[in-house]
Design a protein around this ligand. Structure first.
Ligand SMILES: [Zn+2]
Length: 149
């Protein structure tokens, strides 16, 4: 078994739309980023890469090349690396931290979305949310465990 971990933090931005776990949150303040700024997918993708002893996301996605990039593309890249190394996901733990965004109304949608992409069942995925006293930044942490296919 292999373990991966990542934490992704972004500044909030009024000029960006919010995507979390590949799900669109209409009317909510987004994240400052060249991509869509999906902190959940960034932490998840990088956690998969670290479990495979690969580099951080920034090594594969240069800022000037990732303009308006959907983070689903980044997750697809991570999943392709996992497949290449003949591994599969054992379980995933995702934590999201924000002062203003409530994950709960769209949590089921995020879970369904991620289960499909990661090819896992509901008992292999946990998504939790917590608050902090910081309106300027939001972040996500992720721990992934992998097993040989
Ligand atoms: Zn990010």
């Amino acid at each position: 078994m292999r373990i991966g971990y990542s934490r992704d933090i972004h500044k909030v931005s009024h000029s960006k739309e919010l995507y979390l776990g590949g799900v669109f949150f209409p009317g909510e303040i987004g994240h400052e980023a060249t991509s869509d700024g999906d902190v959940i997918l960034h932490a998840l993708s990088e956690a998969i890469l670290t479990a495979l002893s690969m580099e951080d996301l920034g090594s594969y996605y240069k800022e000037d090349e990732s303009k308006n990039l959907s983070s689903l593309t980044i997750l697809d890249f991570a999943m392709a690396q996992l497949k290449k190394k003949n591994m599969q996901i054992c379980n995933v733990v995702i934590s999201f931290t924000s002062e203003q965004i409530l994950l709960s109304p769209k949590k089921d949608k995020i879970i369904t979305n991620l289960q499909k992409i990661l090819k896992i069942n509901s008992d292999q995925l946990s998504v939790t949310a917590t608050r902090w006293e910081n309106k300027d930044n939001q972040y996500s942490e992720c721990i992934v465990s992998l097993i040989i296919n």
